[in-house]
Design a protein around this ligand. Structure first.
Ligand code: TRP
Length: 460
């Protein structure tokens, strides 16, 4: 525990470094901003009653997600290895327990599960780019678009094709290790996505039921808060910030020693949250103006946004741009879901990055067909939480990410000595550091444990 910090503080990354702090911010933003903001946030908020969910989600981002993001970056930069190896080295250094590597391994598994369904949904956005370009939304009403979406996901050959294409692109980019490519994509795509969302917001304000949308999202009905809403909100906070599985830790390993962990994390969390809220402000006015169901589920954006694109001037053009940007945002997130596994395999088994990416990609691609089929031929096959997709989604996002996050808070807050974490986060141990330490030692672990226990009915 009382090991000296000087030596480990200087450890050199095996994979090179980000060219600057800004490049790192772009990469972490690329990881955080994705389907979680635009696709998942609105539909989970819709299923969980709106305002009450949003309030709990915001609390979870600030009190749990943000401190864990800082902890992950801190651990990653201190270990300077893939998350499995980083946790092993730090576990040994700080407590003589290499068993902490299991936290990294759990993250690798969570990444496999998440990417397996993430890729299916990302495939939907690719397909919708083509549909938008072909003008198939023009003048269509809500019922037509819902029927079209239903027919689309019912065909596993088509959705399987787009899933395959998306996984192939992910493997290609991860295999090439194109930091610059990622940086450049994020630099254009995230601002473009925001501009297109603002354009859609204009449509939602003028043609949607904007007041109803705002009320749904921001007027909490506290009687709606229950265990299920809280676990959904906490899972969403982990998912949208990409924390709990070592993705941010893997990126932290390449962060230059002089970059500030605090301000980086704040910037990313703020941007990510604003984009999610913006997406909600676009979707719900359209939902309420067209008599759609806010609790529609995973198809929500694919049935609402095409309505807007079908009615606004230049809608086909903007629709194509929007789905392309969303596809890119998903790609920069998918890359980070694979990075811990690929970096681990490269370092552990001494294979090339390409070979590691292809192997990992093949396993995830095969797993992905469980999700593809759970929206088509296996949609009637229900157990536990619902379809196979519902179960994968719940296990990975609502259980594995919080568990991983819990372990990270315990390690960063309790096992690691104060000097080691202060050394990375703020050598002067100022006020922000004290707040972080309070959150990571007490608030976050207690809150996560409480929510997990209540999700499993311990308090019923
Ligand atoms: N945060 C991404 C999104 O909102 C998804 C994602 C990327 C992720 N990397 C992750 C989720 C790591 C959890 C863990 O779309």
């Amino acid at each position: 525990m009382a090991q000296s910090n000087a030596s480990s503080g200087q450890r050199i990354s095996l994979h090179g470094n980000w060219s600057s702090r800004f490049a790192f911010i772009l990469a972490v933003t690329g990881s955080a901003v994705g389907l979680g903001n635009i696709w998942k946030f609105p539909y989970v908020a819709g299923q969980n009653g709106g305002g009450a969910f949003v309030l709990v989600y915001l609390c979870c981002v600030v009190a749990i997600g943000l401190p864990i993001m800082m902890a992950e970056i801190m651990l990653g930069r201190r270990g300077r290895r893939n998350p499995v190896e980083t946790m092993r080295i730090l576990g040994e250094e700080e407590s003589g327990q290499p068993i902490w590597a299991l936290v990294g391994l759990g993250g690798v598994v969570a990444g496999f599960l998440i990417l397996s369904f993430y890729s299916t949904i990302a495939g939907w956005t690719l397909a919708y780019t083509i549909k938008a370009g072909a003008g198939s939304f023009v003048g269509a009403d809500a019922a037509t678009l819902s029927a079209e979406f239903g027919a689309f996901i019912a065909n596993p050959l088509v959705t399987g094709f787009w899933h395959t294409l998306f996984m192939a692109m992910t493997v290609l980019l991860v295999g090439l290790g194109v930091e610059e490519g990622i940086e450049r994509a994020v630099r254009f795509m995230v601002p473009a996505l925001v501009i297109l969302l603002l354009l859609l917001l204009g449509y939602a304000i003028t043609s949607g039921d904007f007041a109803a949308g705002v009320e749904f999202l921001f007027k909490p009905d506290f009687s709606k808060i229950n265990g299920a809403v809280v676990i959904a909100a906490m899972g969403q906070a982990f998912f949208t910030l990409s924390v709990g599985m070592g993705a941010v830790m893997a990126y932290g390993a390449y962060l230059p020693q002089d970059a500030s962990i605090t301000s980086t994390s704040f910037a990313v969390a703020a941007a990510d949250t604003l984009i999610a809220l913006l997406s909600g402000l676009v979707i719900f006015p359209i939902v309420f103006a067209n008599g759609l169901d806010p609790a529609e589920g995973p198809g929500l954006i694919f049935q609402t946004l095409p309505l807007a694109f079908g009615k606004m001037p230049g809608g086909s053009f903007f629709g194509v741009l929007f789905f392309i940007c969303l596809g890119f945002a998903a790609l920069t997130s998918a890359i980070s879901l694979m990075e811990p596994a690929v970096a681990w395999i490269v370092e552990r088994f001494d294979v090339t990055r390409q070979a590691a990416a292809i192997r990992v990609g093949l396993i995830i691609w095969a797993l992905g067909f469980l999700t593809v089929l759970s929206f088509s031929h296996l949609s009637e096959f229900q157990f536990g939480r619902g379809t196979i997709f519902d179960n994968l989604d719940f296990l990975a996002i609502n259980v594995m990410l919080p568990l991983g996050g819990l372990m990270i808070t315990i390690f960063a807050g309790w096992v690691m000595c104060r000097n080691s974490s202060a050394d990375e986060i703020d050598p002067d141990a100022g006020r922000l550091y004290s707040i972080w330490r309070l959150l990571v030692r007490y608030i976050a672990p207690v809150a996560v444990t409480f929510v997990l226990l209540s999700a499993f009915g311990v308090f019923d």
